[in-house]
Design a protein. Sequence first.
Length: 335
Amino acid sequence: MKNTNSFDLLRLVAAVLVVISHQFALLGKAEPHVFGNTTLGFFGVIIFFVLSGWLISQSWVRDPEPRRFLLKRCLRIFPALLVIVLFTVLVIGPITTSLSFSEYLKEPLTWNYLRTALLNVQHYLPGVFENLPYRGVVNGSLWTLPIEFVMYLTVLGAGIIGLFDKKYLAATLLPLAGLVVFFIAKDNYVLTLGAECAYVFWFGVNFGFWTKSDQKQRTIQYCFTLMSLVILLLQKESFLFSVNIFVAFGLIVAANEFSICANLVKKFGDCSYGIYIYSFLLQQTLLTYLLKYQFSFEIYLGISLFFILIFSWISWHLIEKKALKFKPKRAMRPV
């Protein structure tokens, strides 16, 4: 993988797509769709998962040590998540709830929300956002985080059993395993979403190995991955889903080839994760006070993006960046 690419820009674009899509939903409007039945927000999630699969698997390849791998993943997810959960319960909850402060603190639901910091995502706080179009939901973006972390664990497991060392086997099993899971889960909406995320994540994992393989291995990987996508294309229910994967895949390939805003992180910060986890909460909070003014969609979106960018910038520089300084270094081999 080259030293410069446009992944930071692509992550920001994906995060903003989620913000835009959610702004429609939170105002009681239908979310825009891309390529059929996939919302603009879920298309952003697809980009995140494909790119994450690629980069996380290559992180294991560079440093295949389980403890260090897991600690790196925890440092990326949990510090900012813990802060936003505490901020939600102790700040946003008290100022937006319809209950008195004492009643709010007495409710078991208030303290149950703290489980979200451990990826047991809770969606409600007592009396919070009850009168908004998207009633009661505190932070709807966080549902993907448990799936993302489970995907990290699958990479860890695959690495421990040596699957990544058997490139031909990996090329055969990785996309097909995701495909099997997808069809098992297709009759359950929640399981289907999880299976779709798992499939695109492992699609990204497989693509990461394309870039590291010789020509013969790469040909086999192309064939099996495309086979799994063709099977999806032939299924009426999953045709449009596979189209979205193709488009997201194309964007990621382009981001790998072209260096657009390659120094974005150095100058501004890697704010995509902060945008993703703070946006829904901030959008709901702002609507609590601004919905009565009946602004246009564009004004609501502009105000939301302004505050989201501020919070995500602060989150990166004061929380995430500092937490990543504790990432364990790979031990140098003795000469």
